[in-house]
Design a protein around this ligand. Structure first.
Ligand SMILES: *[C@@H]1O[C@H](CO)[C@@H](O)[C@H](O)[C@H]1NC(C)=O
Ligand SMILES: *[C@@H]1O[C@H](CO)[C@@H](O)[C@H](O)[C@H]1NC(C)=O
Ligand SMILES: *[C@@H]1O[C@H](CO)[C@@H](O)[C@H](O)[C@H]1NC(C)=O
Ligand SMILES: *[C@@H]1O[C@H](CO)[C@@H](O)[C@H](O)[C@H]1NC(C)=O
Ligand SMILES: CC(=O)N[C@H]1CO[C@H](CO)[C@@H](O)[C@@H]1O
Ligand SMILES: [Fe+2]
Length: 454
């Protein structure tokens, strides 16, 4: 049904291509969400509850542990004492015959002192039990990396309780979350009250303890606060969330890549230096040639600050990075870029803006079948509220935009096809508000590229 609708839409757009080049090309959704203030969840909210038992492990979260997904990093916090560093694991609850030893870290932030933060890398596993008071978690190891392995990602940003619940209840089950940054928003509280890092860790545990979330650093992860003597950027974030950056030859945990099933995922940092000669620049330059589209046909990039954003919030904040890196994205046929930051939803057409050279005046986005689709999914819901103020008219490159909270599913079917769907929180769990079939840029036919601008 959705497939048919999409084909119809495609045909219509091609037919009216000329007309569309004179008016603005996209849809600004007329959906008006009920105006209710986004309420901050109180410290005693049910979702922040500390688990029962002395020194019980809490804030359990997992992420990919190596390049190809055959290892997993399990992280957790113990509050009373360091406790056991061991993770017992095996293929069933009564067969936890393997164990791995983790590393312990702790940090101070102004007057806050963190609990004991554990990170432990496990290889080849299915069920996990932890520590003093034992809690058990389980997850499925990903399929081996390969070109036609179907896999479903749930691109997300900051999760309100409602967004997380909708994601969990979606009949199409995401197997891993691509998280585009801004986790706890602790920095919005007095002195960046780091207790909010703990409550956030407990809140999202119900999902992230069971499926890996791939982390991207957002501006709320910087926690730079010289007024209280906290001058080391990313301090709480980097103590709490570890990623396998060394596996991809990166020298810092803020930019790295992983392979999962049939996708190669590149994570970039909007808040680390990215100009020419910087570590991130050199890494990305060397990273693109390593992407093997025969092995991982789908090339996905995550970043926090969007390059294409037609809301009047964070307008053009991603521009300098776009100028640096966009030519590489087009040359290497990136399929899709997910960004966050703007608290609303927007999807672009396949466009690029790489012809400009200071003197030629060619500074407008143009249709480009080799370019990625840019999706802003900064709409998980947060206490800053929604971004509702959009540029008017809607720019031609913008295919769909709506000031609602929601979540998306990116479902890879095989090397040529992936189905993408975005859901707004106000609707039932299965209702799709915006969707698109992705035709792989490397393997897909050119027919899949949508022409709208010229
Ligand atoms: C959050 O959502 C869960 C699951 O839908 C529900 O059980 C819980 O009561 C909610 N808590 C808050 C504070 O909204
Ligand atoms: C790319 O992947 C394919 C399929 O796994 C493999 O046969 C080929 O050797 C790889 N190419 C390179 C350059 O590693
Ligand atoms: C929307 O943003 C524009 C540009 O920043 C500003 O001029 C305008 O006042 C804003 N409108 C509202 C309703 O906030
Ligand atoms: C790939 O998946 C699409 C969508 O499910 C399907 O139409 C197509 O036939 C598949 N291609 C192959 C080679 O199986
Ligand atoms: C209170 C308690 O039982 N603490 C124990 C937690 O586990 C460590 C090591 O496994 C013991 O040394 C503690 O006595
Ligand atoms: Fe942000």
């Amino acid at each position: 049904m959705a497939d048919q609708f999409h084909r119809l839409l495609l045909a219509a757009i091609i037919f009216f291509g000329l007309l569309l080049s004179f008016c603005h090309g996209g849809v600004t959704s007329s959906f008006v969400r009920k105006l209710e203030k986004t309420i901050d969840m109180p410290l005693d909210a049910d979702v922040f509850r500390v688990p029962h038992g002395y020194n019980a492990p809490q804030q359990v979260h997992i992420t990919q542990g190596n390049m190809d997904g055959s290892a997993v990093i399990v992280s957790w916090v113990t509050q009373d004492e360091p406790g056991s560093n061991m993770v017992l694991y095996g293929t069933s609850e009564d067969n936890l015959k393997f164990q791995a030893k983790g590393k312990l870290t702790q940090y101070k932030y102004y007057t806050y002192k963190s609990g004991f933060i554990h990170h432990c890398t496990l290889r080849n596993l299915k069920v996990v039990g932890i520590g003093n008071t034992t809690r058990q978690f389980w997850f499925t190891t990903p399929p081996e990396v390969g070109p036609d392995v179907p896999y479903t990602f749930g691109p997300h940003s900051y999760d309100s309780n409602s967004t997380l619940s909708h994601y969990e209840l979606n009949p199409i089950k995401g197997e891993a979350v691509l998280f585009v940054g801004d986790l706890s928003y602790a920095d919005n509280y007095p002195n960046h009250d780091n207790v909010r890092w703990d409550t956030w860790g407990r809140f999202v545990e119900r999902s992230v303890a069971y499926q890996p979330w791939i982390w991207t650093a957002g501006n709320h992860e910087i926690d730079f606060a010289p007024e209280i003597g906290e001058t080391k950027p990313f301090k709480p974030f980097s103590h709490r969330y570890t990623v396998p950056y060394k596996a991809s030859g990166s020298t810092a945990p803020f930019w790295y890549s992983i392979k999962r099933a049939s996708a190669h995922v590149i994570v970039l940092s909007s808040y680390s230096a990215y100009g020419k000669y910087t570590p991130q620049y050199k890494w990305l330059e060397e990273e693109f040639p390593k992407v093997n589209r025969s092995e991982t046909p789908w090339l996905i990039v995550l970043m926090h600050s969007p390059w294409y954003n037609s809301y009047n919030y964070h307008y053009m904040e991603g521009e300098s990075m776009r100028v640096m890196y966009e030519p590489w994205f087009v040359q290497n046929k990136v399929d899709v870029v997910f960004a966050g930051h703007v608290h609303a939803y927007e999807r672009s057409h396949r466009i690029s803006n790489i012809a400009y050279n200071i003197i030629n005046g060619d500074c407008m986005p143009v249709d480009d079948p080799s370019a990625p689709v840019y999706i802003t999914i900064g709409d998980g819901g947060n206490l800053e509220g929604l971004a509702t103020n959009m540029t008017d008219p809607q720019p031609k490159y913008s295919a769909y935009r709506e000031a609602s909270f929601g979540h998306a599913i990116f479902s890879i079917k095989n090397r040529t096809h992936a189905y993408y769907a975005w859901h707004r929180n106000q609707d039932g769990n299965a209702v799709v508000a915006d969707s698109m079939w992705f035709y792989n840029r490397y393997w897909g036919s050119v027919d899949g590229s949508i022409t709208t601008i010229s």
